[in-house]
Design a protein around this ligand. Structure first.
Ligand SMILES: Nc1ncnc2c1ncn2[C@@H]1O[C@H](COP(=O)(O)OP(=O)(O)O)[C@@H](O)[C@H]1O
Ligand SMILES: C[C@@](O)(CCOP(=O)(O)OP(=O)(O)O)CC(=O)O
Length: 359
């Protein structure tokens, strides 16, 4: 049996700005993953996951591609990924086979509730990885990311792909996105292989490992289910005015500072950059009239500040996780007690070490 694990993620800085091609962000991969296991299928393909309840998703082949059971399942991340990988397989002249894919997630709790740890990205990267091995496509790590992003564009055209990068490359990462609108256009016109080979099409995409912060510990708290990320990104899009350009500049400067803090092992600079990143998201929320930092996320952060650390919402906000960095000689117990008193759930996650190189 073939198995592939892909990790969850959290944004550290650069959210919202990162949806613009070339705008930098910082992310971490987490030691919680989604596993995709694949075996030979017979007469049809299937996908089993708690996400689909008791009814597996099934597909067969039609003359012009895959024939999906759309009545029971929407065209989701897994299906978009299978569709794209099958297209690439055909382009490479590899014979078609059916496969049964089994997905297992550590990114939800027992009831299937999501913590905002990047399950859509992890399931996409895990599916690409498992099918790459199943068909022997020989994709490099970088190409697996690219295929995952092309599949994601079909489902969430505005997503930055930062979560896919964290899931693919692991560790602490600096990431900026290519132009997904342009890539979406190319997907209608050209073969997948031609797009993967065209360096120009990926302008803006950059990913680089960063060292973990010196003398700082990571803490993550979950504040409850958020508003829809797609909706929040849409709200920000509709408010792109003069302030937005200033926000992008400030976000870049902040991410650059964070990058320097990490690279030079400067804990004070790293903490200061995280605080600035929190302020930028607060300002963005105010300027678009949408709450990115909810009252509970504010409490999560304030508790950490009072204990000498720095914290901010991670990702789109409106709920979900806050991320904190605290000096290693500080008292975590005090923070965790205060979080608990405010009904903020501490998630015991750690950073998943980097895998391979990003080049
Ligand atoms: N275990 C899984 N099996 C199949 N698909 C999954 C699984 N987990 C997540 N997904 C896909 O990802 C989507 C959730 O994405 P999203 O709401 O963005 O959550 P997250 O913030 O965790 O990425 C689901 O609707 C589904 O399409
Ligand atoms: C706003 C963003 O920059 C970050 C959103 O991060 P989240 O981690 O909150 O998103 P989902 O897991 O997909 O719900 C949008 C993006 O980068 O695509």
């Amino acid at each position: 049996m073939i198995e592939f694990r892909a990790h969850g993620k959290l944004f550290v800085a650069g959210e919202y700005a990162v949806v613009e091609p070339g705008q930098p962000s910082v992310l971490i991969a987490l030691d919680r993953a989604i596993t995709a296991r694949v075996t030979e299928g017979h007469g049809a393909g299937s996908v089993h996951s708690q996400e689909y309840g008791n009814l597996p998703l099934t597909w067969t082949r039609a003359e012009d591609g895959l024939a999906l059971d759309r009545e029971h399942h929407p065209y989701d991340y897994v299906m978009a990924t299978i569709d794209l990988v099958e297209k690439l397989r055909a382009e490479l002249g590899i014979a078609p086979r059916f496969h049964d894919l089994r997905i297992e997630s550590q990114l939800d709790d027992a009831s299937g509730r999501k913590f905002g740890l990047g399950s859509s990205a992890a399931v996409t990267v895990a599916t690409v990885g498992a099918l790459d091995r199943f068909y022997g496509l020989g994709l490099s790590q970088r190409r697996r990311f690219m295929v995952a992003l092309l599949a994601t564009i079909r489902v969430a055209p505005r997503a930055s792909g930062g979560d896919l990068a964290a899931s693919t490359f692991g560790g602490w990462l600096r990431y900026s996105a290519p132009d997904r609108e342009a890539l979406a256009g190319l997907l209608d016109e050209r073969s997948v292989s031609a797009i993967l080979d065209d360096e120009q099409a990926w302008a803006g995409f950059d990913v680089e490992h960063l060292p973990a912060p010196a003398d700082l510990r990571l803490l993550v708290g979950w504040t409850g289910s958020p508003a829809s990320t797609t909706k929040l990104v849409g709200v920000v899009r509709r408010h792109r005015d003069g302030d937005y350009a200033a926000f992008l500049d400030a976000s870049r400067a902040c991410v650059d500072d964070l990058t320097t803090g990490l690279r030079t092992g400067d804990a004070d600079r790293t903490l200061a950059a995280l605080r600035r990143a929190r302020g930028l998201l607060q300002g963005l929320g105010t300027s678009v009239g949408s709450q990115i930092e909810t009252p509970r996320l504010a409490t999560l952060c304030d508790v950490v500040e009072a204990a000498g650390g720095a914290a901010k919402p991670s990702g789109a906000g409106g709920g979900d996780c806050g991320i904190a960095l605290v000096p290693t000689d500080g008292d975590d117990a005090e923070i965790l007690r205060a979080w608990e008193a405010h009904d903020i759930r501490h998630l015991s996650v750690a950073v998943q070490p980097e895998e391979g190189t990003t080049r």
